[in-house]
Design a protein around this ligand. Structure first.
Ligand code: SAH
Length: 225
């Protein structure tokens, strides 16, 4: 469970970042088909406003993606919830990998559900901010790395689940190799000019695919920045 720290003197329970506002978001996610109670609880207890610029904090509990600078976005809560559900569907994972730390929000949600979360980001500046947030929120089970996520995190493989939060033009084979048999990789993949959210389950022989619907993500890029 996440331990939230309120700055001294900060108002609790009122305003656009209150628990009530967060609970409204959870109700909306439930109405839009999110069923996993653990995932809903994680969303209810994670302060999304801590993951965006202060100027945007009043919009943090809208079910929408928001800019986080450097041309990147924090994912829409529904998408975060759906991806988390899909990765938990691979059993009860002990160790997951996220590609695309961004604001750190998705990693924080995973960290309240899974013992070990590994996350890689190619933009150092974003990673620094995310690390600061993990520290502030007391999230000690998130391991970060400034790296190109196409390569995964070989020394920590195999993973019990992998979440890719940037859109790739094809299923990243190296990531599938780092997945335990039976585990799920969730990723937005371009198909016929559109992005589809795919849940890819590794099997003994190869992998199976399930299409979870259309999504919009920033592109997965190569190299470091
Ligand atoms: N999970 C994030 C979403 C961030 S948007 C959140 O919850 O806020 C996607 C992120 O993927 C961006 O920060 C982008 O820089 C990063 N990204 C894109 N290509 C990447 C790559 N090859 N390796 C690692 N990160 C990548």
């Amino acid at each position: 469970m996440i331990h939230r720290k309120h700055p001294k003197g900060a108002p609790r329970g009122i305003g656009m970042t209150s628990q009530g506002t967060r609970d409204r978001l959870v109700r909306r996610l439930r109405e839009h088909g999110i069923r996993d109670e653990d995932v809903l609880r994680a969303i209810a207890s994670t302060p999304r406003h801590e993951f965006v610029d202060e100027a945007l904090s009043s919009r943090a509990y809208e079910d929408t993606a928001l800019p986080i600078g450097l041309g990147q976005t924090i994912s829409q809560p529904w998408v975060v919830a759906r991806m988390t559900e899909a990765v938990l569907d691979g059993g009860s994972p002990d160790k997951v990998l996220e590609v695309g730390t961004g604001s750190g929000y998705q990693a924080a949600i995973l960290a309240s559900l899974i013992p070990q979360v590994f996350t890689v980001e190619r933009i150092e500046e974003l990673l620094k901010l995310a690390r600061r947030r993990f520290h502030k929120l007391g999230l000690k089970n998130i391991y970060t790395r400034h790296a190109d996520g196409h390569l995964g995190w070989p020394s920590q493989a195999p993973f019990d689940g992998i979440i890719v939060t940037a859109a790739a033009i094809q299923v990243p084979i190296e990531l599938i190799r780092q997945l335990r048999v039976g585990a799920v990789l969730v990723a937005p993949i371009e198909r016929r000019g559109m992005q589809r959210l795919l849940a890819i389950r590794r099997t003994e022989e190869g992998y199976d695919e399930e299409d979870l619907g259309g999504v919009i993500f920033v592109p997965m890029l190569s190299g470091l920045s």
